[in-house]
Design a protein around this ligand. Sequence first.
Ligand SMILES: Cc1ncc(COP(=O)(O)O)c(C=O)c1O
Length: 416
Amino acid sequence: MREPTAVFDVQRLRSAFPALARSDDEGRPFVFADAPGGSQVPDAVIDAVATRYRSGLSNTHGAFTTSEETDRVIADARRAAADLTGAEPGEIVFGPNATTLLLHLSRSLGKTLEPGDEVVVTRLDHDANVRPWVLAAADAGAVVRWVDVRDEDVTIDPDSFDAALSPRTRLVAFTLASNAVGTIPPAADLVARAKERGAIVALDGVHLAQHRLPDLRGSGADVLACSPYKFFGPHLGILAARRELLESLTPYKLVPAPDEAPERWETGTQNHEGLAGLAAAVGYLADVAGATDGTRRDRLSASYDAIAAHERVLADRFLAGVAELPHVRLWGIADRTRLAERTPTFAIRVGDEHPADTAKRLAASGIFVWDGDYYAREIMTRLGLLESGGAVRVGFCHYHTVDEVDRVLEALASLP
Ligand SMILES: Cc1ncc(COP(=O)(O)O)c(C=O)c1O
């Protein structure tokens, strides 16, 4: 099968990912079409983590060499995360994962809510950007307003979004990309509408960051959550938040922990070896398109343009192929002229088969896909899929090839 006109050399990139070389007992390479659940990592990330272990670990701010190295690892990681999220290093908070960081922030924000204040969440979001705000609202006696999706393409309904806003809106939370159906909402427009009401805006960039370059400052939002394990790095969480917010809210913290932002938001000892891997993941991403000019953020921007172009080819191929399979139903944007509005993440069902059974049968062909709700609980309920097993999720990213998309399509075609 012929590869698309390359925007980068995908085979060269793939050779940097040892896991992608794995195959089953019959020698068929695995297809890791579970990318929305977590990406594979390149050698540079593995080496950076291993180097940190080999060089000697230590806690921060000590009077000896390895402690100074740890301080440098954290400073480097903050700069890397800032470049990736479009924030300043002083606006980066690290933690174990995005969920923990959003729950942490919501507990502090909740203390500023008054009875009758309103928070706005969407049916499209992963629960990590829903439940923290719903729980905080419940504690404060605040009201939760829900934003619905449009039936035909599972995109955010702009009328519903507007209707959810009011002069009492204190917080608006929405996703930059759905980890279930791949929808990319028009973030700048939605942030602007929320900001007209003076609301704090919290964006979930966890799924987006695998496919597009997030931009906290450029978006005009206040908070942006990301998870490096979705963008070719280690299992960690990043909360990029405007400095004013990190300084004005009061986190739950231990007395000896620093009083200054962003450190005062970081609870306990950080994953220092993981942070070394995070900086390496951002370094990998900055080199994807081979750009050499400009800042690291500029090079990241060039890389993500190339990633988006490559992924458009993959998404186009998948949508064209699935349209030929009458027994496969897809939820989300199916229109091949609207690829800019989605990631190559597809929620499907094969006939009336339980999604877990489809996933098992694909696994028998060496194809790894997820099934269920992937914590996108609201959308699965809204689409009426939750009780019967959710959906099968097929998700690609920039290291996938058209051949792999075809292998998934062929396997789907063979399922009755
Ligand atoms: C869109 C989205 N948001 C949030 C999360 C939660 O991230 P974490 O696993 O870092 O808590 C996920 C995880 O799958 C996700 O896909």
